[in-house]
Design a protein around this ligand. Sequence first.
Ligand SMILES: [Zn+2]
Ligand SMILES: [Zn+2]
Length: 317
Amino acid sequence: MASLFLFIVVRWLATLSVSDFSGTEAESHEPLGQSEIIFLGTGTSEGIPRVSCLTNQSKTCPVCSKATEPGNRNRRRNTSILLRYTSSAGRFNILVDAGKFFYHSALQWFPTFGLRQIDAVLITHSHADAIGGLDDLRDWTNNVQPYIPIYVPKRDFEVMKKTHYYLVDTSVVVPGAAVSELQFNIIEEEPFVVHNLKVTPLPVWHGGGYRSLGFRFGDICYISDVSDIPEETYELLKNCKLLILDALRPDRSSSTHFGLPRALDEVRKIKPARTLFTGMMHLMDHDKVNEYLAKLMETEGLDVQLSYDGLRVPVNV
Ligand SMILES: [Zn+2]
Ligand SMILES: [Zn+2]
């Protein structure tokens, strides 16, 4: 009987939007505004600046030094975007990844951009810079909303069962202890719908034999962790207006990430109207690389630039 009651409650919860629970943007009578993408983080796993660059007595790292200046665009946290999606049903905040530095990104950008609740989290893969911040979602589920839907591939959910066992199976939590209330939804490499928005997974390789997902929303394609693109995924990248693509370092690719030359070759192949690179390490100087990239507009007509933490791009989805 108790389990039947629980089942009914869970089914009822599932029929409600997260926004049904609190004062929300969706309920306000203000104009909802245009959809937009907010870059919460654009750096590689270790973050920019590197601590070791700042403590090195024998050598000054130019990019990490600049990254310590307030507001400098070389300051980068783990790759993550937030799609603020406006539809006839309201406005929804769809987060892609919550990595190790999620708390610090949210601390800076949620108040800056008037963001409050998180209506869904899409997971690209289960490395620490993509899921290391799941624990910090407790602030939202304790104080903003009752739960957060997470969309995650099965293979990464299996990893989470180990790394975040107490979030997946809350029966192991001591009664009264506060943990994030996450509702896990297993996704396949097939399109799915989140708050009436069609999301198309973009399967890519992220190192030999390891799969990561990009996501397509309308004409926007986001691929943060990629070393190779399978032939069938190019089909899903056709007619892309805005491509957000991994570019780790200026000179060469690594075994798990595109470097800038390879990323540019992919842009020439995919032919998006505009590209913003993400996932940059400390060898990528924001202004210098962007200066170089701006020249490609003159010579090849390529609209390519580096993104930066806090960049906000209006989009139509
Ligand atoms: Zn450095
Ligand atoms: Zn990764």
